[in-house]
Design a protein around this ligand. Structure first.
Ligand SMILES: Nc1ncnc2c1ncn2[C@@H]1O[C@H](COP(=O)(O)OP(=O)(O)O)[C@@H](O)[C@H]1O
Ligand SMILES: [Mg+2]
Length: 472
């Protein structure tokens, strides 16, 4: 069988029956409801019957591309309501042949519509997935039960409309939200998906850092960001005022179930205003927020506190990272040998990734000995320690690249952007980046066509403190 054939799943028998029934009912009254209303191909028309016939018509049109006769025969029999005898006369065959061709034709039409539906669904999923930032993870450990728990709340067609994933930095909030979106898109649970990443600090090119009093995401910026994702198909998009964008978004959100993620709701400055905004938009649309701060006093928000990884998952993550970073000694180490990493670092995925990155330079006992000094201090203390340790081992180029990273947008920037910001030669830039990627200080995201380089928000914070100290 050719490869292209194996890709095509044949329709289940019930679908063939539905196609036949719809053909027979071409001129019948509109039913109250129909299973095809759930198809991506379904478009609401004047009546449900018209909508169903439209699906048949686009199927017949497609079928005619490969089998004109079958398409013609089905039209004559069902749309034009000719008798089998009349069709036989017209096509110059006996009546029995018409019935035989009709049976085969219905089957081919069912296959055609089924295939068109599969293509259209894939296209829609791709379109929605393109709204997400690229993932920073290749595999998530210990996330299944969290995915399941949050999914249950998100797919319920009722409260909660607002959900918050809360935890310390590096614990996996963004990754969880990302994995949730992907799975909900794959299962077609939401008609539409939006994703907004709140910027942490405002930076300007040239390395001058403005830690402004400005909120990380104003309501106006939220409206612009969502409009950019969801409204650009409108022909008059470029003419829309902020208020018009907001009105259109409200109409959409109230009519069509969207899932909208607002990632990095870290600053509390503007959160009340932002939430007031979101409350106008809920039902059937749902919002998933990620934040480092607990939104305790918001009664209508469902809180999901993301816990740290357990020991088994933490060790599995360490091995996985070691494999990706080509550290065979770590990959093949026993659980007992790796357990001290968990004992010292805990189950914070980002901290674990950074520590594995350090194993290129330091042997495990040295590294752990050094980290024990920070053990017991707050997580931020642990991070500062890990970052400083990493910093000491970087080459001059790598440091310059890392210091350029806060100027890159949170979702990542490409090599050209980094070259502009860092002012390094292409070779130096590549070397510096390679070091940073090996140490997990910089993430490579995106696909084969385009590599995007990004840093975690905690790394950003560390760099800000660092640079500010130097500046002062
Ligand atoms: N369950 C997990 N398994 C493996 N890697 C993870 C997991 N959760 C997060 N990560 C990785 O750890 C880092 C921090 O995760 P992220 O989602 O950015 O955390 P947060 O948003 O809470 O700060 C990222 O590099 C991410 O790819
Ligand atoms: Mg995050």
């Amino acid at each position: 069988m050719a490869a292209s054939d194996t890709r095509k799943d044949p329709p289940p028998p019930i679908f063939n029956q539905q196609v036949l029934q719809c053909l027979r009912d071409w001129h019948a009254a509109s039913p109250a409801g129909h299973p095809w209303q759930g198809l991506t191909l379904f478009a609401t028309a004047a009546s449900l019957r018209t909508s169903l016939n439209r699906i048949l018509l686009i199927g017949l049109e497609e079928l005619a591309q490969s089998d004109v006769q079958a398409a013609q025969l089905l039209r004559l029999r069902f749309a034009d309501e000719l008798t089998a005898q009349a069709v036989a006369n017209r096509l110059n065959v006996v009546e029995g042949t018409v019935y035989k061709w009709q049976r085969e034709g219905v089957e081919r039409l069912a296959e055609t519509v089924w295939q068109m539906e599969a293509d259209s669904r894939r296209g829609k999923q791709q379109r929605l997935e393109n709204r997400l930032p690229s993932a920073t993870y290749t595999r998530l450990f210990g996330a299944d039960r969290h995915l399941q728990a949050v999914t249950e709340h998100l797919i319920a067609p009722e409260q909660p409309w607002l959900m918050a994933v809360e935890s310390l930095g590096g614990m996996g909030k963004t990754s969880l939200a990302h994995a949730l979106c992907r799975s909900l898109i794959a299962h077609n649970h939401f008609e539409e998906v939006g994703w907004v990443t709140a910027q942490q600090q405002q930076l300007s090119l040239g390395g001058v850092i403005h830690q402004t009093e400005r909120p990380a995401l104003t309501s106006a910026e939220l409206v612009h960001a969502l409009a950019q994702q969801l409204l650009t198909d409108a022909p008059d998009y470029s003419l829309l005022s902020l208020q018009q964008k907001e009105e259109r978004l409200t109409l959409r959100f109230r009519a069509i179930p969207h899932l909208v993620v607002i990632d990095n709701l870290e600053t509390l400055t503007d959160v009340d205003a932002l939430l007031a905004h979101l409350r106008d938009w809920i039902n059937p649309t749902k919002f998933l927020l990620t934040t480092r701060h607990r939104l305790l006093d918001q009664a209508d928000i469902h809180h999901f506190v993301l816990p740290e990884l357990g020991q088994a998952d933490a060790i599995a993550l360490v091995r996985h990272e070691a494999q990706l970073r080509n550290l065979p000694a770590v990959t093949s180490a026993s659980d007992e040998e790796l357990a001290p990493i968990y004992a010292v670092v805990g189950g914070n995925p980002l901290a674990l990734r950074l520590v594995v990155g350090q194993l290129h330079i330091h042997p495990l006992p040295t590294l752990l000995g050094d980290l024990r000094a920070a053990q017991g201090s707050a997580v931020t203390g642990l991070y500062t320690h890990i970052y400083w340790q990493a910093w000491q081992t970087l080459s001059e180029e790598a440091r310059r690249v890392l210091l350029a990273m806060p100027l890159v947008p949170p979702d990542g920037g490409d090599l050209d952007l980094l070259a502009t910001i860092s002012q390094l030669s292409p070779d130096a830039l590549r070397d510096g980046l390679a070091q940073l990627v090996r140490r997990n200080l910089v993430d490579v995201r995106g696909d084969l066509r385009q590599h995007l380089y990004s840093i975690h928000s905690l790394t950003r914070t560390f760099l800000h403190q660092q640079v500010l100290r130097w500046a002062g």
